[in-house]
Design a protein around this ligand. Structure first.
Ligand SMILES: [Zn+2]
Length: 728
């Protein structure tokens, strides 16, 4: 017969008050993100996938530009066809005039703060003086298709254009803009786009982007994205097609987004032959050699050539041009389709670039494709550009210059490999999974930095020479210096990039580390990879928001991650869990003595066992206790505030070890302190919390029993932070 327990009502209340269930300290760390996330609707489903009425507008460009190498300026004209796929009537259009950031009246200059130090570098003096470079767009004409003037208004880096009549849902409007601007000296005043001047041979190397008035995104979640461009927040762009004619000195070599469509007019027969060889090669093939480039840089063409590139389903267009370029390429097989990995670099990049750049591009395409979708474009280019890392569709600009005598310090080599992976990786986020960079930097930088780490891990694993590869982002303990900073210096990841202090760790390393922890420690690789791939494929060639990412990761995995997003993405807490008390017990079935003192904590594993008294024990329970007669009661405290899984390593007195993994939900009723009992069959010699340093615990001195000063405490703080530096 079953025994039925009848408890007095007062005991039931005690149970329900949580007295027996520890704590009753209510916190909201596990509350669902109902208020933080955007409401789901017919455009964005509650599952995180595009809704059944999802739409996005489109911008198709026909652009013609001239690059003037004599005065380093650009003159251009464009015809934009804008298609309104939204359900809304639009009565004006917004365009981005990014170069106006370099106009003399720019808010970038007027809102920049500065201070004076006793001694300072000339670079900082420039930040105090009024700008002397006039780099803003000069807008010539804005007309309709037939050349009739259209009214327009310029507000700093944004321009609205009035249409003769409202643009209804489903309609397109075609208009033209003419402009010019002076190209900035990237090495002197910085910039994602610009030129570098090489004094020794009196040549320029141009890496050009944001060079044309670009359509803003009009979206279901934010209307027009016309938040001013101040310099940090990157870009938000609609998809469309590009047909771009670039006129440059005839001795320049041009690399650009899109397919070169007049090959015979701009390449020599020999170059075309070499390119065909490269298509079938799994090693880089030289198309323009160093000696050919060195010869070209000694003379000056007086005539010009026009290079024509065409691209579909891209959100932007960028190019590089110089007579200094060496060019190599190889074919990359992606499930039977050949994608070209290519590099353009001046002799100053060698010997590093010819050895690594194109190979790293190829490795990146393969690895990222494995975690997301097959890279859909026909090529990916890495261009050598000192000091910066910057991404555009199919093309990116990357640093990594050897010393003048050709020696390549490890710092330069690994910096270059890292930045090429990172910038080529941006083809996936945000060039294809097209998030709003101006609003949420982490959605491209964080996801990209996360995959960058996995790609670096594979690079090192595939190359026996690289066993000491210096990983920066990724390993959880590398984020500890940032996570333990003063809270005033940390912003939630969900903060807009213009307001963030320490943008590198905030938008790059912290989200990348968080995703790495999510994959390794919280969800497991299989569930994570499935969900991450689902997100990538759902939002490929679309515009996702953070809510779409958070929801999809849960939707595809069946793991409630609201606590994780809340803690890591919306909060500034850090991880510091302490193993604050251990008590050792053995069971007794004697009658419990009255008024016995509270059992003391064990300071060392040699301390005596306390007794605890159990009444009403069954034979089955007794047998189980005989199997595991040692009871260790652990008190864990959450000092940092960020809830995390608890990973414990028990080392027994016979030298054997056991790992226990407990999900973060252990904290769901009391996020500050939990107590849990572990019965064991052997006596415990020591216990270690987070033994593999996988949770970014900022203070590991409170992670062990018996407690000891760990040498790693000092090592941990000695290690440099992992700010992303100059790469974007
Ligand atoms: Zn980046």
């Amino acid at each position: 017969m079953r025994k039925i327990w009848f408890l007095p009502l007062s005991v039931v209340i005690l149970f329900s008050n949580g007295l027996f269930a520890q704590g009753g300290k209510h916190t909201d760390k596990f509350e669902q993100l109902d208020y933080e996330l955007a409401d789901p609707n017919e455009y964005r489903a509650a599952s995180g996938s595009p809704g059944h009425k999802y739409w996005q507008n489109q911008a198709d460009y026909k652009i013609s530009i001239e690059l003037n190498d004599a005065d380093q300026s650009i003159k251009g004209s464009e015809t934009i066809t804008y298609t309104n796929n939204s359900p809304d009537v639009l009565n004006y259009l917004w365009l981005q005039l990014d170069q106006n950031m370099r106009g003399k009246e720019s808010h970038t200059y007027s809102t920049a703060t500065s201070s004076i130090k006793h001694e300072t570098h000339a670079y900082f003096l420039n930040k105090m003086l009024d700008p002397d470079f006039d780099g803003g767009f000069k807008i010539g004409k804005v007309t309709d298709e037939k050349g009739k003037d259209l009214p327009y208004t310029i507000n700093q880096t944004m321009m609205s254009v009035d249409m003769p009549k409202d643009l209804n849902p489903g309609e397109s409007f075609t208009f033209k803009v003419e402009w010019s601007y002076n190209i900035n000296d990237r090495m002197a005043i910085g910039g994602r786009s610009g030129y570098e001047y090489f004094e020794e041979d009196d040549n320029y190397l141009y890496t050009i982007a944001q060079f044309y008035p670009r359509m803003c995104v009009y979206s279901d979640y934010g209307g027009w994205q016309n938040k001013q461009f101040l310099g940090s927040g990157e870009f938000t762009l609609p998809f469309g097609s590009f047909d771009v004619s670039i006129t440059v000195p005839s001795d320049h070599v041009v690399a650009a987004t899109g397919k070169l469509s007049n090959t015979d007019e701009v390449l020599t027969k020999e170059q075309i032959k070499r390119f065909k060889k490269a298509e079938k090669s799994d090693e880089p093939v030289i198309i323009v050699s160093q000696s050919e480039a060195e010869k070209a840089e000694k003379s000056r063409a007086t005539d010009t050539k026009t290079w024509i590139f065409k691209a579909d389903s891209v959100r932007d267009f960028a190019f590089a041009s110089s007579r200094k370029f060496i060019w190599d390429a190889m074919g990359v097989d992606l499930n039977g389709r050949t994608v070209m990995a290519m590099s353009y670099y001046p002799k100053e990049g060698n010997p590093l670039w010819e050895e690594y750049s194109t190979r790293v591009v190829a490795h990146t395409l393969k690895t990222y494709s494995k975690y997301t979708f097959d890279y859909p474009y026909h090529k990916a280019i890495s261009v050598h550009a000192a000091q910066i890392g910057m991404e555009y569709p199919m093309i990116c600009f990357n640093f990594g210059r050897p010393d003048k005598d050709g020696t390549v310090p490890d710092r330069v080599k690994y910096g270059m490999i890292m930045v090429v992976i990172h910038e080529v990786g941006h083809n996936f986020f945000p060039m294809i999974v097209n998030s709003d960079e101006r609003q949420w930097t982490w959605m491209d930088e964080g996801l990209d930095s996360f995959l960058q780490y996995l790609t670096e891990v594979e690079w090192a694993a595939n190359n026996p020479k690289e066993k000491d590869y210096p990983f920066r982002g990724g390993p959880p303990k590398n984020i500890v210096p940032y996570m333990s900073m003063d809270k005033e210096l940390i912003s939630p990841i969900m903060t807009n990039s213009e307001q963030v202090q320490n943008l590198g760790p905030n938008a790059y390393s912290k989200p990348a580390t968080a995703l790495n922890i999510l994959r390794e420690t919280v969800m497991g690789k299989e569930l994570f990879d499935k969900a991450f791939k689902e997100y990538s494929q759902r939002w490929m060639f679309k515009h996702p928001t953070p809510s779409d990412f958070f929801r999809t990761m849960e939707d595809a995995s069946g793991v409630d991650l609201d606590w994780f997003w809340r803690g890591w993405f919306y909060g500034v807490d850090h991880v510091d869990i302490s193993l604050s008390q251990i008590r050792k017990f053995q069971m007794s079935t004697d009658e419990a003595p009255k008024d016995a003192p509270e059992a003391p904590a064990a300071v060392t594993p040699e301390d005596d066992f306390n007794k605890f008294y159990v009444s009403g024990i069954s034979d089955a329970q007794k047998a189980r206790v005989e199997e595991k007669p040692y009871f260790y009661e652990l008190t864990l405290e959450n000092i940092g505030g960020l809830v995390m899984p608890v990973i414990l390593e028990f080392t027994y007195k016979d030298g054997s070890k056991e790992i226990k993994r407990i999900p973060a939900e252990i904290w769901r009723k009391n996020a500050e302190k939990v107590v849990k009992v572990f019965p064991t069959d052997k006596e415990v010699a020591s216990i270690k919390l987070d033994p593999f340093e996988e949770t970014a615990d900022t203070d590991v001195t409170n992670n062990a029993w018996p407690s000891k000063e760990l040498p790693s405490k000092f090592e941990l703080y000695k290690e440099k932070g992992n700010s992303a530096g100059g790469d974007e």
